[in-house]
Write a protein that binds this ligand. Structure first.
Ligand code: NDP
Ligand code: HSE
Length: 433
């Protein structure tokens, strides 16, 4: 059987999983592909490390260039993480005509344009199924299964760590820090979980999904990103009383003028919507196309096995591409509307929590400012719970732009009866149809 040579850069969580499962499912892959995938070299940083997934020492090298320079390696798999070295490896492999597979969402979000220009120039495909939602096959679905659709919207829970934290806060009433510590203890969160909780891990994935859906590589400066660090157990409880739950949601949509909104932020979504039941470390992505209508993808977005599954699907596609050259190289520019709506112009509904002194006339002052800024209130609750000298005033706001809201919130914050800057969380009125 024809052998396809693979160079694996990285033997950590994902690289180790890929090596393990390529070995375990070797026969299955051979039968299905009619080709044999053979790992010929593995690059690591520290060859002396004891590993959960051991590989024959003869395959190990400390120098990733050995992969790119080996004429028997046709596919280079980048699973090192980081940006600079990964970019150098990917571009060198492309220049040498080697197909690239990567799961590096940060690399693609920051350098996707450059990478796919090189891929097109050298006619070398780059595959990246593992770079968004781990084991959930969302990249291939958007790129291939929905090729005949205008994508109307994508709503995704695409960071498992933050979803675990929010789920635990909702279930137990614990605070953000406690839930994060628990996620770290259980090994869900990274040692440095900052990109998970500040929204940027989800933002990198949203950039990749938006770029595939709308045909131009979206810059990191075009996306609005807010993390979950400021979400309190009280917000989650009040949202629940109003019929919502709080999720870190990636929202990608095109309006009738083909202006694209791309944002990642904590979001109140109706508890009746299917995304509200996506709990723990699970990911889910709802895609609406003009032909297919509403679709939903669900599964594990991280971890050794699910992510390896995605990498293996890319490897199979890459192996076939060696035999049958492709017309597209992983990302095909199209549409090229290219206009991303600034967050200030984005219209949304909102949840507001304002810590106010409990005295007559405060609600009227707040409502007066909102009215003057042309912002409608859809409901108000003033829960019994006490916050020391202040009480929480919770308002649900009708559609308004971010500019309108910021102006109103600035004025509300300056009221002497308001004790802290108001807390605003956007609301997405998801409806399945
Ligand atoms: P790990 O840190 O577990 O593994 C990284 C591997 O790369 C290690 O084996 C390391 O070597 C090797 N490495 C790092 N730098 C170099 C270098 N300069 N030269 C040679 N080898 C190097 O990372 P993960 O496996 O978790 O992640 C890999 C990629 O996959 C990242 O881009 C990540 O974002 C992405 N990803 C990860 C997911 C996950 O669940 N972990 C999910 C989806 C995507 P050594 O072992 O010697 O230190
Ligand atoms: N840290 C990421 C998450 C891993 O929690 O979803 C996969 O990208």
């Amino acid at each position: 059987m024809q052998q396809i040579g693979i160079g694996l850069a990285g033997l950590g969580t994902v690289g180790g999983g890929v090596y393990k499962h390529l070995t375990k499912n070797r026969i299955l892959l051979m039968e299905r592909l009619g080709l044999e995938l053979v790992v010929r070299k593995i690059a690591v940083r520290d060859p002396s490390k004891t590993r959960d997934v051991p590989a024959p020492p003869a395959l190990i090298t400390r120098n990733w260039r050995d992969l790119v320079d080996d004429p028997l390696i046709q596919i280079v798999v980048e699973l090192m993480g980081g940006i600079e070295t990964a970019l150098e490896l990917v571009l060198s492999a492309i220049q040498k005509g080697k197909i690239v597979v990567t799961g590096n969402k940060a690399l693609l979000a920051e350098h996707g344009q450059e990478i796919f220009l090189a891929a097109t120039k050298y006619k070398v495909p780059v595959f990246f199924e593992a770079a968004a939602a781990g084991g959930v096959p969302i990249i291939k679905s958007i790129r291939e299964a929905f090729i005949g659709n205008h994508i109307q919207s994508i709503h995704g829970i695409i960071n498992g760590t933050s979803n675990y934290i929010l789920t635990r806060m909702a279930a137990s009433g614990m605070g953000f820090k406690e839930a994060l510590a628990e996620a770290q203890q259980l090994g869900f969160a990274e040692a440095d979980p900052s990109l998970d909780v500040n929204g940027w891990d989800a933002a990198h994935k949203a950039i990749i999904l938006a770029s595939l859906a709308y045909g131009f590589w979206v810059g990191t400066d075009k996306i609005y990103v807010e993390g979950i660090e400021e979400i309190t157990a009280d917000d989650i409880r009040f949202a629940g009383e109003l019929g919502y739950c709080v999720k870190l949601l990636a929202i990608i949509k095109a309006d009738e003028k083909s202006e694209i909104e791309i944002r990642v932020h904590p979001t109140l979504i109706p508890r009746s919507h299917v995304l509200a039941s996506v709990n723990g470390v699970f990911n889910a992505v709802a895609v609406r196309g003009d032909v297919v209508g509403e679709t939903l993808f669900y599964g594990r977005g991280a971890g050794q096995d699910p992510t390896s599954s995605a990498v293996m699907s890319d490897l199979a596609e890459a192996a076939v591409a060696i035999e049958c050259p492709r017309r597209s190289y992983g990302f095909t520019p199209h549409g090229l509307y290219g206009t991303c709506k600034p967050i200030d112009d984005v219209v949304s509904q909102y949840y507001l929590r304002i810590a106010v002194v409990d005295k007559p006339g405060v609600l009227a002052q707040v409502a007066g400012i909102l009215g003057e800024e042309d912002i409608g209130i859809s409901s108000v609750i003033q829960p019994e719970s006490q916050e020391g000298e202040s009480v929480p005033l919770v308002l649900m706001i009708h559609y308004a732009t971010n500019t309108q809201m910021q102006k109103a919130l600035g004025r509300i914050a300056r009221l002497s009866s308001v004790k802290r800057p108001p807390r605003m969380i956007r609301v997405e009125m998801l409806v399945a149809s």
